[in-house]
Ligand binder design. Structure first.
Ligand SMILES: [Zn+2]
Length: 152
């Protein structure tokens, strides 16, 4: 499995759930994603778990898998807890590569740049809208001439 920092394309803040500790947290401008070696999405990771490191994340995933294995099969939920447990166990036992520090730095920079581009696009669109809608009534405030100095 691998950890990636990606730009959050959904409107934020919204609620996310950490795949490792299962705690809900608010998604920000970037998402820390846990992916299978194949690149498919496994889940979100909270910053707390990320800071505690690889062994913590793997330990949490194993604990979750064990807890799911203990669940009865008859509850009829889909996907079945055992299937989910196997998936988590596979994730926990596959080697996890933590990206080097410059990766985080670069990704944050890229995310920031992308957001700035979006902002520019929004500003440009707004400006275009304003120039095209010249038929809109404009409000002009009539300012009175200052009286100070006139009476003397
Ligand atoms: Zn967590």
């Amino acid at each position: 499995m691998k950890i990636q920092l990606e730009r959050n394309l959904r409107a934020y803040p919204h609620r996310l759930r950490c795949i490792a500790c299962e705690h809900p947290f608010a998604g920000g401008r970037a998402r820390i994603l846990l992916r299978h070696q194949s690149g498919s999405f496994a889940g979100d990771v909270c910053t707390g778990c990320l800071q505690l490191g690889i062994s913590h994340i793997q330990g949490q995933l194993k604990a979750r898998a064990v807890a799911l294995f203990k669940q009865p099969l008859s509850d009829g939920s889909s996907p079945s807890p055992h299937k989910k447990a196997l998936e988590l166990w596979e994730l926990a036992t596959s080697p996890l590569v933590m990206p080097p520090f410059y990766y985080w730095w670069w990704q944050r920079l890229t995310i920031f740049a992308a957001e700035t581009q979006d902002l520019k696009l929004v500003r440009r669109t707004l400006r275009d809208l304003r120039s095209h809608k010249s038929t809109l009534p404009t409000i002009t405030f009539l300012t009175e001439e200052p009286h100070i100095g006139k009476d003397n």
